[in-house]
Design a protein around this ligand. Sequence first.
Ligand code: COA
Length: 372
Amino acid sequence: MSEVSKGLSGIVVGDTAISTVGKAGVGLTYRGYDIHDLSEYTQFEEVAYLLIYGKLPNKIELAAYLKKLQTLRELPHNLKSVLEKIPQNTHPMDVLRTGISMLGTLEPETTGYTSAAIANRLLAITPGILLYWYHFQKQQNRIEIQTDEIYLANHFLHLLTGHTPKKEFAKTMNVSLILYAEHEFNASTFAARITTSTLADFYSAIVSGIGTLRGPLHGGANEAAMALISQFKTPLAAAQGVKKMLENKEKIMGFGHRVYRSCDPRSDVIKNYSQQLSKEAIDGDLFLISEQIEKIMRDEKNLFPNLDFYSATAYHFCGIPTDFFTPIFVMARLAGWSAHILEQRSDNRLIRPDANYIGLTPQAFIPLEQRI
Ligand code: COA
């Protein structure tokens, strides 16, 4: 029997030039650039360009890229028809999984349609997929997908509300898209790389990523964190409630990490935005409740908040419905997944690990009529 690392913890399964996560002295970097600089000084589209094309765009390249993404937002007619048939109570992650899969049948990956072009198309179209379905199911309203917004963060909020977003909401969205854009060999990225390693098409790899991101131990944690935080009316109730959950050995969503040991460098960045927004929000106390939960988790378990925890209230204060939180993660991580699909293709070998067999010893075959 070989020694097993459950969950592949600590196992190095490949090389990457895309990002560093939790490496001593470096922190979180995308292609060598610190996440703090990127989140403070750039637009998400610059980061997407950096991840997909390997360098930060100059002014001319960025202007052309922004223009290109704007032209790629429209939904094909047949995709709209499929979105209109998806039931109202469907989780928006399933809408994205279905919508992107449908797009793959309408605009399949062919020799004339490069992988970077598909990556850009997906970045540009995904807000429209989600919000076309949302408005149609809510009010039978077939919304216009094009807005005059240049940036994806603004475009998403505009499609959600029907008007130009407040500056501070758009800024929060932009920063959050940057923080969520890439994170090395996390579960969904690894799933996308596994699919890519079989020489499957780009859309199949992305759909693998979406399915893997959905669970609450991964991307679904931001929605689960909101459900946790919003069940408490006061910080005191939160302290008592979380202590009880820990006594019952329940997991507190939005805390802990497989790679980071003492903090998630993205958490304080988004926490700051959540705090600023809480000052103007009618239910701004949710921020104080979150801080109380953070304190209890440190005191009781020595665990720290990950990016998902304060993203929950940051999004909530921007007026975003809770079940859109993980889909927003998709909109951002499309950039990282795409970079990894391209990297896997550039030096591919089928990903196929081994397993120890722990099943029955060899058995004499029993014919059907003799089985009990
Ligand atoms: N709440 C309570 N306890 C937690 C915890 C949490 N959020 N995260 C880890 N722990 C505890 C586990 O119960 C376990 O304790 P034990 O050894 O006494 O059984 C120990 O810490 C190790 O946890 P484990 O789940 O084995 O670590 P992992 O490396 O496999 O998992 C996560 C990492 C992220 C899956 C885990 O921390 C988690 O489930 N967090 C909540 C979900 C979440 O926020 N996911 C988003 C990640 S960015």
